[in-house]
Design a protein around this ligand. Structure first.
Ligand SMILES: Nc1ncnc2c1ncn2[C@@H]1O[C@H](COP(=O)(O)OP(=O)(O)OP(=O)(O)O)[C@@H](O)[C@H]1O
Ligand SMILES: CC(=O)N[C@H]1[C@@H]2OC[C@@H](O2)[C@@H](O)[C@@H]1O[C@H](C)C(=O)O
Length: 363
């Protein structure tokens, strides 16, 4: 039973398939009382290839080496944090279709609990989907705690630019994240995933480092308009995406030069966030950007140019944008252990506030 702040460890293997992030957080699941050590384990080339090969697969499909890769990377990295009282283990999303086949994360939390000798909370998304929710995004309940930690008094927003983009609008005047009106959250659209796929296919590179290629290209306005005509942008939030949902983007930029394709895909990120901001119940005081996209100056400039509110990386508020999602799953793990909700109608569209996640103890 948790009755005060504990050292929780969170781990995230995101849609970019770059590696596993881990972070310690001191929290009682409601309030953050401090940040701790962090760690990262990059996937090797063959490991990443095994994960890529398993994308889009569902339980029962042949998953090849992917489950072993995810399990091993987490077991090795998380063993470096013996001081953790509890672990939040997101695992790796392979497929996400909340209105159809459900949501599929790999990673066996029961086996990890035994390997680490401590309780592990995992399978965060499926209960929400079973109750009619999108199962994503889940970080918003942590964003709410961050807004309180920052002492915010007026609405603010967080934007995660990972493989997929997600936006959280917060009213910090509310007492709890599950309160009606406290949060509005949804996936804005594709973020780095189409750009990473382009770089991989054309240049054998992991990403457009520093936005160097996009900086040399011209945005193809017609193609950008076609991206933004996608039905997804007309849907009211909450809504969420699979990494592969905007697969048509690779065909759309197929005839362009590498630089123009990169510029167009980067502009599509900014344009989709701009569309997303229209859903905010009130203008946020500022938009704090987390996730790898904030390291791309071209993406950040396009974003700042597209939006009316100030845009800054979360570091401007003293936070760590490379570890924020890992911290989120540390926070959510403690919430699950305490029986507190992890999502609400405003964040995933679930029928009522629900606590996802399974707690496994070591055996
Ligand atoms: N220096 C950089 N220059 C340009 N892009 C970068 C840089 N560093 C990271 N990125 C981009 O950020 C991506 C990684 O972002 P992040 O780690 O936030 O994604 P993720 O957590 O895997 O995804 P998600 O949040 O969708 O689950 C990389 O794949 C790359 O596209
Ligand atoms: C199904 C799934 O894993 N979705 C991820 C993905 O990556 C970003 C965006 O799409 C977000 O909805 C979610 O991750 C973050 C951590 C979340 O749940 O808040």
């Amino acid at each position: 039973m948790i009755d005060g702040p504990v050292r929780a460890l969170g781990a995230m293997s995101g849609t970019s398939l770059d590696g596993v992030d881990a972070a310690l957080l001191r929290t009682d699941g409601e309030r953050i009382s401090g940040f701790g050590r962090t760690g990262y384990r990059e996937y090797s080339g063959p490991e990443r290839a095994a994960l890529r090969a398993a994308l889009g697969k569902w339980p029962g499909d042949a998953l090849g080496d992917a489950p072993r890769v995810v399990q091993h990377a987490h077991a090795v990295l998380l063993a470096e944090f013996p001081e953790a009282a509890i672990v939040g283990f997101h695992g790796q999303t392979l497929a996400h279709d909340p209105r159809g086949r459900g949501t599929h994360q790999i990673g066996d939390g029961a086996a990890l609990a035994t390997a680490l000798g401590r309780p592990v909370v995992w399978d965060f998304r499926s209960a929400d989907v079973r109750l009619g929710g999108e199962g994503a995004p889940l970080a918003p309940f942590y964003h709410f705690a961050l807004a309180k930690w920052l002492g915010a008094t007026r609405p603010l927003a967080f934007l995660n630019l990972g493989g997929v983009g997600n936006l959280t609008w917060i009213d910090p005047a509310c007492a709890a994240p599950e309160e009606t009106g406290a949060l509005l959250a949804f996936d804005t659209g594709p973020a780095n995933a189409p750009l990473d796929d382009l770089m991989q296919a054309r240049r054998g590179a992991r990403c457009d480092t520093g936005g160097a290629l996009a900086a040399r290209g011209r945005v193809a306005e017609g193609a950008l308009e076609r991206v933004m005509a996608a039905h997804y942008f007309d849907r009211m939030p909450p809504k969420s995406l699979d990494r592969g949902d905007f697969g048509f983007l690779s065909g759309l930029v197929a005839g362009m030069s590498d630089a123009d394709a990169a510029a167009t895909l980067t502009a599509a990120v900014a344009a989709s966030v701009m569309r997303g901001m229209e859903h905010c119940p009130a203008p946020p005081e500022r938009l704090l950007v987390t996730g790898g996209g904030r390291h791309n100056p071209v993406m950040m400039e396009m974003l700042a140019a597209a939006l009316d509110c100030p845009v800054a990386p979360v570091e401007a508020a003293g936070l760590d944008g490379d570890m924020l999602e890992a911290q989120a799953f540390a926070h959510l793990a403690v919430r699950v252990a305490r029986g507190l909700p992890t999502s609400a109608p405003g964040t995933t569209g679930v029928r009522a506030a629900v606590g996802g996640g399974t707690l496994s103890r070591p055996v």
